[in-house]
Write a protein that binds this ligand. Structure first.
Ligand code: ACK
Length: 302
């Protein structure tokens, strides 16, 4: 498959260009590592800051995700989706070039060593941003997609703390009414919707569930859904259920989380997180409604 095909809406970069931009893929420019390989910071000759994702091995899976990512997000334009500027397939290398996100991942901002100070307004803005990005993926563009791997490491923050969803390697198209049965389950334990994890039943409501887990993490500041192991997932959901079962949400929040949830934003985020993580997909809201609920524009069902 020729990735340099003219039909791609993304720019094709040359190896030399990216080498120059990242100072020859200098270690000092390394932003981080993922399962796929490394990400480097770079600057194009016109001053545009970029993040370059380099695929470590040419494994089949990696190749497939690379091609998938390009197919899924080239041409997608939304303020809450990380923009793919282009790619490079020179010299047998597979590289993806994205807009640079100054504040790294939401995971780092929430749980990292030098985690950012985020007040409720900032957390709410991040939460709404993710919800808007997902609503666009699910319903707003011509292609309808499920991301399949929504988690705090796949949400990046720009200089103004705007949240943008990244990593579309596992994204799939979906037909809205139909639920698709996946034979291969992919995603991250702890964020995965139960019906998808158990039976491979994939609809956009699987993303809604993962979003709910992320929202709980944004509010609690705790990485309840650890990426390794599965026990934390259970305790997370149990925690959420305890909240759901008691009428007085304030009381539980006060006792469990040391009384810091004294804002409308926090309460709304918790309530939305709870309905999004409902075990029944049909009872989870559409992401466009979740956006309105987070902003207090429509009522949040109990
Ligand atoms: O939390 P981080 O520093 O932010 O660690 C991960 C790492 O690369 C592996 O994914 C960072 N990263 C990925 N894409 C970008 C980007 N577009 N801008 C800035 N950092 C990025 C991410």
């Amino acid at each position: 498959r020729d990735l340099r095909a003219e039909s791609l809406q993304t720019v094709c970069f040359t190896w030399r260009q990216l080498q120059a931009a990242t100072n020859n893929f200098d270690e000092a420019n390394k932003l981080g590592e993922g399962g796929f390989g490394s990400v480097f910071k770079g600057e194009l000759s016109d001053g545009t800051m970029i993040a370059v994702k380099q695929l470590s091995s040419k494994s089949c899976q990696g190749n497939r995700e690379f091609v998938n990512e390009i197919g899924m997000i080239s041409g997608l334009n939304h303020p809450n989706l990380v923009k793919l500027y282009g790619c490079c397939v020179d010299k047998d290398q597979l590289l993806l070039v994205y807009e640079y996100m100054e504040n790294n991942s939401l995971a780092l901002a929430l749980f990292g060593k030098g985690s950012l100070k985020l007040d409720w307004k900032a957390r709410q803005k991040i939460c709404v941003g993710i919800a808007r990005g997902l609503a666009f993926l699910h319903e707003g563009s011509t292609m309808k997609m499920v991301h399949r791997d929504i988690k705090t490491t796949n949400v990046l923050l720009d200089a103004g703390l705007n949240a943008k969803i990244s990593d579309f390697g596992l994204a799939r198209l979906h037909e809205s009414e139909d639920s698709h049965i996946s034979t291969k389950i992919a995603g991250t334990i702890g964020y995965m919707a139960p019906e998808y994890a158990l039976w491979g039943q994939l609809t956009e409501k699987a993303d809604v569930y993962s979003f709910g887990v992320v929202a709980i993490e944004i509010v609690s500041g705790k990485n309840n859904a650890k990426q390794k192991g599965s026990v934390d997932h259970v305790s997370l959901i149990n925690w959420a259920l305890t909240l759901q079962q008691t009428g007085d949400i304030m009381e539980i929040i006060d006792s469990k989380l040391e009384g810091e949830f004294n804002s409308d934003e926090a309460i709304r985020m918790i309530k939305v997180a709870l309905i999004c993580t409902n075990s029944s997909p049909s009872l989870r809201p559409a992401m466009s409604d979740a956006v309105k609920m987070l902003q207090g524009e429509i009522e949040i069902p109990k």
